[in-house]
Design a protein around this ligand. Structure first.
Ligand code: MLT
Ligand code: MN
Ligand code: ZN
Length: 305
């Protein structure tokens, strides 16, 4: 299985258009060691021909341009995208769907009932797309252990794992969490037996997640904030990382501590907020990650499992 990071930043991207935090200002001016990043999405393939997208970020057109394999050019209109899995209904994970409206056939979209509800009510993207290419919805059941496959993506078995994070601000049930608002996904290559666990939004490591995280050869997990009050400390917003459904990396109960005992050979943080000091290649926080064998995803990161 090949994994390609299309976008590694959280909502807003890096730099964020209206932000002058030290990271955004520094990357804009070229005064810090850091690379710009687009919003959160990965693509996977088992044959290097057909690709499955995870999320459709508002930066999707730029992401496609930087990864020509998504455009094989076999016909006058063509795409290598076999389907799109949505991890939640958040703006940074779904609004890129509008950019795919020229599709010749309905978009094959895999998501839970809850995400389907948010994308037909709070932010009715699916209804709007009905006036263009249309959507062919494949329901992802949230029963733990349920596996599914995607047409065109041979030999990859997917398991959705409901997890605690947050429904989007526009969701009719933002403050009343429902199973399926957010999921993690285990991807198993049935030929090699290798397993990837992907969860860009993760508020806590609930007991039912642990077996999946323990089995994973590669973990790609929530890298949004270093500290819970990161945005408050910068005077940006009153929101805490956990209020937004993202567990911070540092400190007791943080992601670094959670990752430490896990046997995965690769541990990668993804969906990184522009305020996070780990975006600086030479920060002390980045050193702490390196000591824990934890990598920071970047746009264009590409590996096989
Ligand atoms: C989140 O992950 O919390 C949201 O994507 C934030 C956002 O869209 O601004
Ligand atoms: Mn997000
Ligand atoms: Zn910023």
């Amino acid at each position: 299985m090949r994994v390609r990071v299309l976008g590694s930043a959280a909502g807003g991207g890096f730099p964020q258009w209206n932000c002058n935090c030290p990271n955004c200002d520094g990357v804009r001016k070229g005064t810090i060691k850091a690379s710009p990043r687009t919003q959160s999405s990965i693509a996977i393939s088992s044959d290097n021909i057909n690709w499955l997208l995870f999320n459709a970020s508002p930066d999707i057109l730029a992401q496609f341009q930087r990864f020509p394999e998504l455009q094989p050019g076999r016909a006058i209109r063509d795409t290598a995208v076999s389907g799109i899995v949505l991890m939640d209904a958040q703006i940074d994970h779904t609004t890129g769907l509008f950019m795919l409206r020229e599709g010749k056939t309905p978009l094959d979209i895999y998501c839970t009932d809850m995400v389907h509800e948010d994308l037909t009510q709070g932010n009715p993207i699916f209804d709007v797309l009905g006036h263009f290419c249309g959507v062919s919805w494949h329901q992802i059941p949230t029963a733990v252990g349920h596996t599914f496959e995607v047409d065109g993506i041979a030999g990859i078995r997917l398991t959705a794992i409901p997890l605690s994070s947050k429904a989007p601000p526009f969701s009719p049930h933002r403050h009343d969490p429902h199973e399926g608002d957010n999921i993690g996904i285990q991807l198993e290559d049935t030929r090699s037996g290798k397993k990837l666990f992907y969860a860009p939004g993760l508020a806590s490591i609930e007991p039912h997640l642990l077996p999946f995280m323990q089995q994973a050869d590669c973990l790609m997990v929530d890298g949004t904030c270093w500290t819970n009050d990161e945005m408050q400390a910068l005077g940006i917003s009153n929101k805490l990382s956990l209020d937004m459904g993202h567990m911070p990396q540092s400190g007791p109960g943080g992601m670094i501590e959670a990752l430490r005992p896990l046997p995965a050979t690769r541990k990668i943080l993804i969906h990184i907020n522009n305020t996070n000091p780990i975006l600086r290649d030479d920060s002390s926080e980045r050193q702490i990650l390196q000591q824990g064998n934890i990598e920071v995803a970047f746009d264009g990161m590409d590996f096989s499992l």
